[in-house]
Ligand binder design. Structure first.
Ligand SMILES: Cc1cc2nc3c(=O)[nH]c(=O)nc-3n(C[C@H](O)[C@H](O)[C@H](O)COP(=O)(O)O)c2cc1C
Length: 165
C-alpha cells in the first residue's frame, strides 16, 4: 500500500496531506515520523516551497520510492511550475509532479524567514497591485501577502486524486 509523507512549515501542506489521506484512504505521516516498517515503501510526497525548492524532497527520495510529488506554494498555479520544480529537484520523468496553491500568513513565521518574507510580500503585492485584472488565484496570493489567506481545499487535489485512481 502507498503512504503519504509530508513536510510542512506553517501547517498548510499538512492540511493538504490530511485531506488527500482522507480522499484516498491512505495513511499520512510527517517526514521524520514515518514508522520504520514503511522504509522503502511507495509514497506520495508533499512539501512546502522555499525559493522554488520542495523542502524535504531529497531526504524523502532517499528513503522511500516516491511515486508522485506535490509542491505547495503561495503563488497562483501556472503551467511552468511543475516542470520547474522537476528540474530544480531532479525528479525523474516517470514521477508526476503537481503544484498546489497553499496558504501564507506572515504571523505564522518567526526570525529571519519572517524578515525575508516581509520584503518578498511587498514585492509580490506591488507587482499584483499594478495589474488591471487578477485571476482568483492571483487575488488569493495578494490576500496572502496582505492579511494572510489559504487556498487549501479538496478541489485543488482533484488532479492528484485522478492520477492515483
Ligand atoms: C522563506 C519562504 C520562501 C518561500 N518561497 C516560496 C516560493 O518559492 N514559491 C511559492 O509559491 N511559495 C513560497 N513560499 C510560500 C510557502 O511555500 C507557502 O506559504 C506554503 O503554503 C507553506 O506551506 P506550509 O504551511 O506547509 O509550510 C515561501 C515561504 C517562505 C516562508
Amino acid at each position: 500500500m502507498m503512504i503519504i509523507i509530508y513536510k510542512s512549515n506553517t501547517g498548510y501542506t499538512e492540511q493538504y496531506a490530511k485531506l488527500l489521506s482522507e480522499q484516498l484512504g491512505l495513511p499520512c505521516y510527517k517526514l521524520g515520523r514515518v514508522p520504520d516498517c514503511h522504509k522503502g515503501r511507495d509514497a506520495i510526497f508533499m512539501g512546502w516551497l522555499f525559493a522554488g525548492s520542495i523542502v524535504g524532497y531529497k531526504a524523502a527520495a532517499k528513503k522511500y520510492r516516491l511515486r508522485c510529488v506535490c509542491g505547495v506554494g503561495m503563488g497562483p498555479p501556472t503551467e511552468e511550475l511543475a516542470p520547474g520544480m522537476r528540474e530544480k529537484m531532479g525528479i525523474p520523468p516517470m514521477v508526476p509532479v503537481f503544484y498546489l496553491q497553499g496558504g501564507f500568513d506572515i504571523n505564522k513565521l518567526k526570525g529571519p524567514m519572517k524578515l525575508i518574507m516581509k520584503v518578498k510580500c511587498k514585492e509580490i503585492a506591488a507587482r499584483l497591485n499594478v495589474r488591471a485584472e487578477l485571476s482568483e488565484a492571483e487575488q488569493a496570493t495578494l490576500r496572502m501577502t496582505q492579511s494572510g489567506a489559504s487556498c487549501v481545499c479538496r478541489e485543488n487535489l482533484a488532479e492528484v486524486v485522478a492520477w492515483y485512481k
